[in-house]
Design a protein around this ligand. Structure first.
Ligand code: DQA
Length: 145
């Protein structure tokens, strides 16, 4: 349905995509990813609110805002907070909006400290390991919800 809104929320250090560990995350910048997400969203008839912050509490506030806005879904790449943040887990559980967890890399194929995801405990789906395309696949999943 045209007009359904999807929040795409990005956590710490993702503003540095493009130059940050390109061997892990690829060379696409977050602006490149946003451009591709917006193009795909237009195809799918979705509106996108695309944001990035380095601050945990801001992500919590934005999850609440997605609920208040009546968003159809949230795509959440919580970056390192994925592995540490009970506050984010609680926020996801506190809202009715379905959250899809997104990662460029596959954290389970990396260091052991990345194997546990608090976000996954409440997310409806996880899309990971596809590089920048993870966002596009997650958006398709959101459209299908
Ligand atoms: C990441 C994976 C996390 O483990 C890491 O802390 C990130 C990025 C990803 O998209 O692959 O910052 O979320």
């Amino acid at each position: 349905m045209t007009g359904d809104q999807v929040f795409v929320l990005n956590g710490p250090n993702l503003n540095l995509l493009g130059t940050r560990e390109p061997e892990v995350y690829g060379t696409a910048t977050l602006a490149d990813i946003e451009t591709n997400v917006r193009a795909k969203a237009a195809d799918l008839g979705l509106a996108v609110d695309f944001r990035q912050t380095n601050h945990e509490g801001v992500l919590v506030d934005w999850l609440h805002e997605a609920q208040a806005a009546g968003a159809k879904a949230v795509l959440l790449n919580a970056a390192a907070y994925t592995h540490t943040s009970i506050a984010l887990l609680d926020a996801i559980k506190a809202i009715a909006v379905p959250v899809i967890e997104v990662h460029l890399s596959d954290p389970e194929q990396r260091e052991p400290f990345r194997h546990h995801s608090y976000v996954q405990l409440a997310a409806v789906e996880v899309v990971k390991g596809l590089g920048a395309d993870s966002y596009l696949v997650a958006l398709e999943r959101a459209a299908a919800l």
